[in-house]
Design a protein around this ligand. Structure first.
Ligand code: HEC
Ligand code: HEC
Length: 254
């Protein structure tokens, strides 16, 4: 069997070869994906009548909100942000949390969507993870981080769950430009997405919100997760740090 990194590397190769959007987004290595300055204006003020300020739901620092179920956008890979906005705009992904993102993405031009991705990737306010005690106090079901850590690092071979790390990198800090950061993401959002992927794998397309992963990679993973696994891995990932113990340097992202 190939090593895990070998698998991720081979996948990344296949994905880049097969996906023009992602390839195009990184065509000029090191060059910004769009105009962060133009993106900032829309992020803070919205655009016209159909696009509210992104900050009203994702927060001024882009850290998201567990109350609203919005994701942290800060620190996310720019090509991944762009892909999601394109997928919302073309109904390849459905926002079934606030039923807002599909219309918002359609209200942006293709250039605006690139500018949003460029701006969002400049947001760097540190996020310490969702407040699990506060969520428990609000009757949200919260899992056990130590059990989730095992899933993130090693998977659950007894029921077919691969290690999240094999695609998303150490502590889910993202790997390459196609595998998003899932470490340091909001608990409520992580849980919702994992359920959405699982539904995308097993339910009908009509009631699934997420079916926009290349070759069904994430649906394949989520289809093996139990409710408990989802709670546990989300509880670990929300406060998982991108740096390994003893190594203060965050990975360089181009
Ligand atoms: C009315 C609230 C609202 C506003 C305004 C809003 N969003 Fe969102 N956004 C959401 C919600 C809710 C989700 C999660 C949808 C889901 O998966 O169920 C989301 C998801 C996203 C995602 C997917 C992130 C990921 O990790 O996959 C991106 C990217 C995004 N929003 C960008 C934007 C941008 C850019 C703007 C402004 C142009 C914006 N949003 C405005 C509510 C909002
Ligand atoms: C075989 C590779 C692979 C493995 C293993 C994998 N993922 Fe993913 N995951 C992906 C890909 C690819 C995407 C991006 C899909 C897209 O482009 O929309 C993704 C997206 C996600 C997202 C959505 C992030 C966001 O911001 O919207 C979450 C959450 C997630 N994965 C969680 C996990 C967890 C938890 C595990 C471990 C149990 C895991 N993944 C294992 C490939 C993988």
């Amino acid at each position: 069997m190939k090593g895990l990194m070998g698998v991720a590397g081979a996948l990344a190769f296949v994905l880049i070869a097969g996906v023009p959007l992602a390839a195009q987004a990184q065509s000029d290595e090191g060059k910004a994906i769009g105009s962060a300055d133009r993106g900032r204006v829309i992020f803070q003020n919205g655009k016209g009548d159909n696009v509210p300020a992104c900050s009203s739901c994702h927060g001024v620092d882009g850290l998201g909100s567990d109350d609203m179920g919005t994701p942290r956008l800060a620190y996310q890979v720019d090509t991944y942000i762009l892909k999601q906005l394109e997928d919302f705009a073309h109904d390849r992904r459905t926002d079934n949390t606030m039923s807002a993102m599909n219309d918002i993405a359609k209200g942006l031009t293709a250039q605006d969507r690139k500018d949003m991705a460029a701006y969002v990737s400049t947001l760097k306010t540190p996020f310490m993870g969702s407040d699990l005690d506060a969520l428990r106090a609000n009757d949200v079901k919260v899992g056990e981080p130590y059990k989730g850590e095992i899933i993130a690092h090693f998977g659950l071979p007894d029921h077919g769950v691969p290690a999240c790390k094999s695609c998303h990198g150490y502590n889910g800090r993202s790997a390459g430009r196609l595998f998003p950061a899932i470490g340091g993401q909001r608990y409520v959002y992580l849980k919702h997405e994992l359920e959405a992927w699982r539904k995308g794998a097993t339910g009908s397309r009509a009631d699934a919100a997420r079916y926009n992963d290349y070759m069904g990679l994430m649906r394949g993973v989520a289809s093996h997760l139990t409710d408990e696994d989802i709670d546990n891995v989300a509880a670990f990932l929300t406060s998982a740090k991108p740096v390994s113990p003893g190594n203060p340097r965050a990975p360089v992202r181009n």
